[in-house]
Write a new protein. Structure first.
Length: 452
């Protein structure tokens, strides 16, 4: 079952479209809630509610686009056409969200978040489904995920370097200024990277388009035990990350007293991510994907409580902790994304169809639910402590203590749950090779079955 390795050119051009996805993640989770709350005056409770309400639309659009994507059959392929169609939706929404008009309120933010997530779905689902179809080999799927996330993280770091240089060299900084710079970066990256990917990466041609009705298909998916475990583990991992990201700028402002240094923190964290991605890709090939993931989570769990010991003027003491958690956090980007393709193989064996997009639709929906519940939970907990996010506001010691506890311990709690779910994950390299052999036997005309 020897497979020809993907050329580095293919890996590079495929990875380019990860750039806007990765660059957009942090501002949407950290800067946009902070900007609309502290700078535009929308209450934290309203912002949290907006993030939650926007998910109602995803419950419809995500499975629908996944289902339609698997049924799409054009001379240009079935993945790239959806990615191209996503570009105008994303660019319009980015412009409206990152450059809001005067008087923007919760309704304005909700409208353009819905448009943004629609475009995100049209890009994310076919793009990630495409990765699962690029190679059937267990370890090469880790390589694909690592290349994609490494290239995406380069863009993420680069868009953090620009605001840091502007702050250090020209004293141009702050939440609004960072939002503007990242907004312009996204408007450039979205059309350029998607175009380069669709023009330079080949699509699989020998797929079996799905004919199973969507409801029946979801039931078959739910019977896929390893997928259920993986998606629940990923949900809690993403929930912890989203909560921490939503609270971090409040922590930096409220605990360390630094109003403009948030971008330095993010640059440090994502540079450590960038350095960690090649290590975790290599390490997982030695010990297995889910074990590497659990080790990365464990390092984060151990280091995060050290934030409790910091106070006013201690911003730069954050950075050693941040570098360690950032390096460990790189495992979150590589391992689950590689493991997804393996559970799709099991579904292909049981359903007889290539339904990668439907799986990634569920993955996308779960990801966006986590990206909504995380900020909602974090901002709600902050509101419960009575923390005042208004620039220049003076918070009591108890309010600062509440903020420190939320930032230091809430994320590790969800990561502990992730580790408990991932422990004993059944699809190892050996098991995946067995599934691949059965798929190849089927293609050769032999009838085989596998237990779910």
């Amino acid at each position: 079952m020897s497979e020809k390795r993907l050329p580095k050119k293919t890996l590079f051009f495929y990875g380019l479209s990860e750039m806007p996805i990765t660059v957009a993640n942090v501002p949407l989770a950290a800067y946009i809630p902070n900007y609309y709350g502290a700078d535009l005056g929308i209450s934290l409770a309203v912002i949290g509610a907006v993030w939650m309400i926007a998910r109602v639309f995803d419950a419809i659009t995500d499975p629908l686009i996944g289902y339609l994507g698997d049924r799409t059959d054009t001379r240009w392929g079935r993945r790239r056409v959806w990615m191209v169609a996503a570009v105008p939706f994303l660019m319009m929404a980015v412009y409206k969200i990152f450059f809001p008009q005067l008087g923007a309120d919760g309704g304005y933010l909700l409208l353009w978040l819905v448009v943004f997530w629609l475009g995100w779905t049209m890009l994310f689902i076919p793009y990630y489904a495409w990765a699962a179809e690029l190679s059937p080999e267990y370890n090469e799927r880790t390589t694909i995920a690592a290349w994609r996330m490494f290239i995406g993280m380069i863009a993420n770091v680069a868009t953090k370097i620009l605001p840091v240089l502007a702050l250090l060299l020209f004293a141009y900084g702050g939440t609004r200024e960072v939002v503007v710079m990242i907004g312009w970066s996204l408007l450039l990256l979205i059309p350029v990277t998607v175009t380069l990917t669709v023009l330079n990466v080949p699509e699989k041609k020998d797929y079996s388009s799905t004919r199973i009705p969507i409801v029946k298909g979801l039931k078959i998916m739910w019977s896929n035990g390893p997928f259920k475990r993986l998606v629940f583990a990923f949900f809690f991992n993403s929930l912890g990350t989203a909560l921490s990201t939503a609270v971090v700028l409040f922590y930096i402002r409220g605990v360390t007293g630094e109003e403009e240094a948030g971008i330095i923190f993010l640059l440090c964290y994502y540079t450590a991510n960038l350095c960690g991605i090649p290590f975790w890709a290599w390490f997982s090939k030695k010990i297995g994907k889910h074990i590497a993931w659990m080790i990365g989570l464990s390092f984060y769990i151990v280091m995060s409580p050290f934030y409790m010991f910091l106070g006013q003027g201690d911003f730069y003491w954050m950075l050693p902790i941040t570098s360690t958690t950032g390096f460990a956090g790189a495992s979150f980007y590589v391992m689950p994304n590689s493991m997804k393709a393996d559970v799709i193989d099991l579904d292909t064996l049981n359903s007889g169809e290539d339904r990668a997009a439907l799986f990634f639709a569920v993955w996308s929906f779960v990801s966006k639910i986590a990206l909504s519940i995380g900020p909602f939970l974090g901002l709600s907990l902050l509101a419960f402590t009575g923390f005042d996010s208004t620039p220049g506001a003076i918070n009591s010691p108890n309010q600062i203590l509440g903020l420190k506890i939320i930032f230091s311990f809430a994320c590790p709690v969800f990561f502990i749950i992730t580790n408990l779910i991932a422990f004993g994950y059944p699809i190892t390299e050996k098991r995946q090779l067995e599934i691949r052999k059965q798929l190849e036997d089927r293609k050769a005309g032999k009838e085989t079955r596998v237990e779910a």
